[in-house]
Design a binder for this molecule. Sequence first.
Ligand code: ADP
Length: 638
Amino acid sequence: MTIRQLPQVAIEAGKEIDMERIRVKIKDIIGVHRTGFELLKIAHKMDSSVIPLQILHVLVQTASFYLGLLFTAELIDNLLEGNFSVAFLYGGLVVAGTLCFGMAGILLAGSGKRSYNRLMIGFYIMTREKAIALDYETMEQPDVVKKIARSERTAKMHGSLQSIVTVYRNILESLFTIATSVGLTAALCFAAPETDNRVLAVAARPAVSAAIVAAFSCTAFGVYAKVNKRFVEKNNRIFQSHTDVEMKLGYMLTHILRDYKAGKVIRIYDMKEMLLGNFRKFNTQSAEFFERWNDAGNQGTLFRNTVNGLYVVCIYLFVAVKALAGAITIGAFTQYAGALTKLAKGFQDFVENSAELKKKCIYMSDFLDFLNTESSHVKGSIPVEKRLDGEYEIEFKDVSFCYPGSGEMVLKHVNCKLTMKNKLALVGKNGAGKTTFIKLLCRLYEPTEGSITLNGVDIRKYKEEEYRELFSVVFQDFKLFGFPVWCNLAAGYERDDKKLWDSLERAGAAEFVRGLPSGADTVLYKSKEGGVDISGGEAQKLALARALYKDAPFVVLDEPTAALDPISEAQVYAGFNEMVKEKTSIYISHRMSSCRFCDDIIVFDNGQIIERGSHERLLSIRGQYAQMWDAQAQYYVE
Ligand code: ADP
């Protein structure tokens, strides 16, 4: 390569870099609008009036401004020329236009607000609907949970779909403004001077005017766009740095400081100083964030106002030159000065709203990702046969399982058939895999290896909801909700008082519910107005009653009596046969004495079935079951 060739290569390399930068920028812009349009489509689906209303509003506002400018210019010129009747007509048009457009604007703004409310509510419903439609296994994944949390936080901090519609509305308005103002500015530039003053005549010549306007507009807009970008980036950096602190603050408020039940632990373990110390620290960090955020905002506003002020001064000087040169009338002076000032405003709005759109699209892409999250479960289509005799046969065939995101198999090669209308107990040490076995049985998770069959067909092939209809389950961490008692029991089914009281009776909860202020209509938990708090044992009885109310062929109870007092526990066991008669029942218990009542016992250890049989048989083989039995028996004997 010769030395003479170098500059050429450098220029070409420079061009290439520039082209690459332009390509990246264009790709970036296309990406933002693709996200933006996808969000607009969702908004339109939720409320088909929202976008037409905003477009109409923009048209009304633009027409109102420019017609106002035109009519005012005509009014002034006719007044100066002494054409009072024409001036009067234009005056009337200005007043009528202001009134009509003003009224239309108010009506459109009102309708716009109502459709924005619908979008806001629609967003939350859509997020929840999607979350509930996803299978449990997918919902448990940390990245899915994060996506929901982030989309809802974005909705709170930045507005959700309605803010995207607003930004597009503002962009459209700025584009209309720019187009109309450019048209008027061109008319101003091409207006020929009529003066003997040579300096004014040269300055007001169309070509010179166009060059002047182009030069200072491009300079002002160029500087504006560049510096504004820096302010936006700075603002985004500050905002993102705060996310972590805000989440910690939110957690402390919702789960610790506002939850009066946490107060017990806080007082007993003297956690007050530790918690308040953290709370003060996070609040200080948050206050610092808002200070920095405000400072950055104020600096941006100061900069924008300065550029705007300088630009407006130049505009007025330039339009004054055109007026002094006789190129335009005094009336047209107000019209053109207004149009050029509006051009600057249109440009600023375009730049600011484009940056805002990019920011919102980045945040809202979490929401889109979440909407596009697919359930990992196979969607089965076979209906489950409704058998009144409850003769269903379920079999685990060489089932192994590891939880999503964990490499460890917590169930290993599990093989077993569930005998119908039997009482089956699952026993084993903590962490042996009993609850996981139940979760797989209920299809909350799918086996990693092997399969589970119902009447010989893989359960994945059945309609998921229909398959789940077969099970009534009381998990250890059962949940009751802040609704009336009856609502907690009936859950998704019709209220049937006879069935309700029968279930409460069988679960040993009828007496306690009768004693509540409004019986079965009493709302649970004090956090709800008029609500009552109940004990752990009472809650467990209600959870049992809910399982009985569902009246499914399989009843699964995970530690069904853990929170019950000895008398209630004895009552539950005494009534257990009655409770689950004609059903297949499976229950997990650490109270070995309760296993005696079961026809069949499976012993889990380290994710595997190590023993199976009746109580007597398992005692006779002297394995782990016998050890567990002996360990507890010493407390019962004597
Ligand atoms: P058991 O009911 O016998 O006490 P589990 O079935 O609850 O045992 O748990 C079996 C193993 O699976 C344990 O090691 C537990 O830590 C693990 N495990 C349970 N739930 C999850 C989960 N959601 N994600 C990851 N691992 C889990």
